[in-house]
Design a protein around this ligand. Structure first.
Ligand SMILES: [Zn+2]
Ligand SMILES: [Zn+2]
Length: 251
């Protein structure tokens, strides 16, 4: 695929996200992870490399496991795809438990019980050896689009949509974008995003304060739509969209 085409495809998704409320990066990640899981359940259940990855990560992480079960409903699947994905992982788990049982039986006869068992070395065998494939996918999408936001920020179409009141990057994605600008020495872009964020947050805070004030029974002014939604904006600003995890604040 030519570079121009890739850029256009990214723009289609960005344009859509900038027409939705809240953090556009969260929005893109949410849709693309859902598509990824949908495809995976639909077509790649028997894919060897995917199965190997799931084998190392012991299935999906908690967030993506439940997202996959939700998507299963959408696909009208009775659970067959998930059953296939988890079949070998489960039989391997039984193998691990039996190995542990063998060690335990032979060690408990000795006294004192072997230190390796006592110290819980076996725990290592139960720890994931790879990242959840949907998390990996999410991380790739996140960095691809953060790069693209920086690169596109001088374009008129981008600025117009990004300037909408309903659009505000969540805190995690905003900080990642600023870091990205600095890494690429994109100082004008850094300045643009920072200024916009201050402007946007100030507007939200004003609406939030006015929303609170108008709850005073002595005030008769009606609450406008933006004010009524202001608390949702701040929740999303600090926590991102539901089911989306920003990599930035991982400790
Ligand atoms: Zn976000
Ligand atoms: Zn995951």
């Amino acid at each position: 695929m030519q570079e121009g085409n890739t850029r256009d495809i990214l723009w289609i998704k960005i344009e859509k996200a900038l027409n939705t409320e809240g953090c556009p990066i969260c929005s893109i990640i949410k849709t693309s992870t859902e598509h990824y899981l949908e495809n995976l359940l639909y077509e790649y259940v028997l894919d060897v490399s995917l199965r190997e990855k799931l084998h190392k990560s012991f299935g999906f992480c908690q967030r993506h496991a439940y997202l996959a079960t939700k998507i299963r409903e959408r696909l009208n699947d009775d659970g067959l795809k998930i059953a296939i994905l988890y079949e070998t992982i489960t039989s391997d788990e039984i193998g691990r438990l039996k190995d542990l049982e063998k060690i335990f039986i032979s060690e408990r006869k000795k006294f004192p019980v072997k230190r390796s068992l006592k110290k819980g070395k076996f725990v290592e065998n139960f720890k994931p050896r790879g990242e959840c494939p949907a998390c990996f996918q999410e991380r790739m999408t996140e960095s691809l689009y953060i790069d693209d936001f920086r690169a596109r920020s001088n374009e008129k179409e981008f600025r117009e949509l990004y300037g909408r009141d309903a659009v505000i990057l969540c805190r995690g994605h905003f900080v990642m974008l600023l870091e990205n600008c600095l890494r690429f020495n994109a100082l004008d872009e850094f300045d643009f995003f920072l200024k916009m964020q201050i402007e946007k947050l100030e507007k939200i805070l004003k609406a939030l304060t006015s929303f609170i004030d108008k709850h005073d029974y002595r005030k008769r002014e009606s609450i406008n739509e933006f004010e009524a939604r202001s608390w949702r904006f701040v929740v999303e600003y600090f926590s991102g969209k539901k089911d989306v995890k920003s990599r930035w604040d991982e400790v």
